[in-house]
Ligand binder design. Structure first.
Ligand code: FAQ
Length: 338
């Protein structure tokens, strides 16, 4: 549906842009970004801007889809019907987020098949966090509280991203993620306030395992971030990796107190000078190992996605055949009516 051809189409008020020399076009583009205007699919944009968006949006979409797997693992084993219904809805929401995001990336001229192929052959990344296992029911609550919490912190600024389709997709995604975060917190709060000693220990153990990987979700430190500087200049990213991570830590400390859990960092303490919490060192070697494909679940996650694609081929073929049949029927009906 969306192709690179859109790049050459004129848009009201921008019809003369493609006739300008490249530098003038680029200056015009930069000026629009500086003025806070949204860039839309038919607008001229530098190739590097387009490629950066396809990379980030498609990796974000892959994260939502691969992110269905760790929690999906607990749908059949949720402790009550209410928790099962909530979890089922949450996992379906994540699938929906993946679809909005693939659609947003398609407006840049890359097909969904190309993006999925890049994931399956290992060229495209997805968030490191989904390469960790969900060992107990408490992990599901902690994913809601910490993982969705980190996702929201990172995604709120993306609602003001300079690329219109991505920014608009993020508004709905963030609303749903905020429900996800609260359901996770609620599940943990129930276990911590009404549960047995064993259940409280289970929550603490899950927090211990997910805390550090959640901090890694924000990406490498700014000094090691390949794309931040350019992405900030283009208004794709609005806030740097380190600042978002710090905001997340400050918020999580307060919520951990309400829950009655300890965050597994002996160096975590309030710094009145900085007005933030200081924290211990993050294991960036572990981060790069997981990003590089050697985390606890990388192979299982990719194998599950490849299997789903293969096993779902007949559904896609049937849907396409049905669409063709309907289109042929509509065309025949229109010809009769004419
Ligand atoms: N994992 O230069 P930067 C969710 C890569 S959605 C893996 O700083 P950038 C919902 C990065 O791609 C979670 N790789 O990169 C949910 C780059 O490699 P490349 C996903 C990572 O793009 C909840 C290299 O490192 N959210 O959780 C990671 O400027 C619960 C250098 O890094 C998004 O995708 C990582 N954590 O900043 C679902 C949000 N971090 O591509 C189910 C949108 C970095 O050159 C259950 N994305 N890398 O090969 C972003 O905001 C940005 O892409 C960052 C990274 C901030 C993630």
């Amino acid at each position: 549906m969306y192709t690179q051809a859109m790049d050459t189409a004129a848009r009201d008020g921008h019809a003369s842009v493609s006739a300008l020399a490249p530098t003038a076009r680029e200056q015009r583009f930069e000026a629009r970004i500086a003025a806070g205007e949204y860039v839309e699919p038919k607008d001229w944009m530098p190739d590097h801007y387009r490629r950066t968006l396809v990379r980030q949006i498609s990796q974000h979409a892959h994260s939502e889809i691969v992110g269905m797997l760790p929690e999906g693992n607990w749908i059949t084993r949720a402790p009550t019907l209410k928790r099962k219904a909530i979890l089922l809805a949450k996992v379906q929401d994540e699938g929906g987020h993946g679809l909005y995001l693939y659609a947003a990336a398609e407006t840049l001229g890359t097909s969904r098949d190309e993006m999925i192929e890049a994931l399956h052959d290992g060229h495209a990344k997805y968030s490191s966090i989904f390469n960790y296992p969900t060992l107990t029911w408490a992990d599901v609550g902690v994913i809601g509280w910490l993982v969705d919490g980190a996702a929201i912190m990172n995604q709120i600024p993306l609602c003001r991203c300079s690329y219109g389709p991505y920014a608009r997709a993020m508004i709905r995604v963030c609303r749903e993620e905020s429900f996800h975060q609260r359901q996770g917190f609620d599940a943990l709060y129930a276990m911590m306030t009404q549960g047995t000693r064993a259940q409280r220990d289970m929550v603490q153990d899950a927090v211990n395992r997910w805390w550090w990987p959640s901090l890694m979700m924000f990406g490498p430190p700014d000094g090691e971030s390949t794309h931040s500087e350019q992405s900030m200049r283009w208004g794709i990213k609005r806030i740097g990796n380190d600042e978002l991570r710090q905001k997340f830590i400050d918020a999580a400390v307060e919520l951990a107190k309400v829950l009655g859990v300890d965050l597994p960092d002996p160096q975590l303490k309030w710094s009145p000078e900085r007005g933030h919490h200081d924290h211990g060192p993050i294991d960036w070697d572990e981060f790069w190992r997981v990003v590089g494909g050697d985390g606890p679940c990388n192979r299982d996650r990719l194998a599950a996605r490849v299997r789903a694609r293969e096993e779902g081929a007949w559904v896609r073929e049937a849907a396409m055949a049905h669409a063709r049949k309907r289109a042929a029927r509509d065309t025949a009906a229109q010809a009769l009516a004419a």
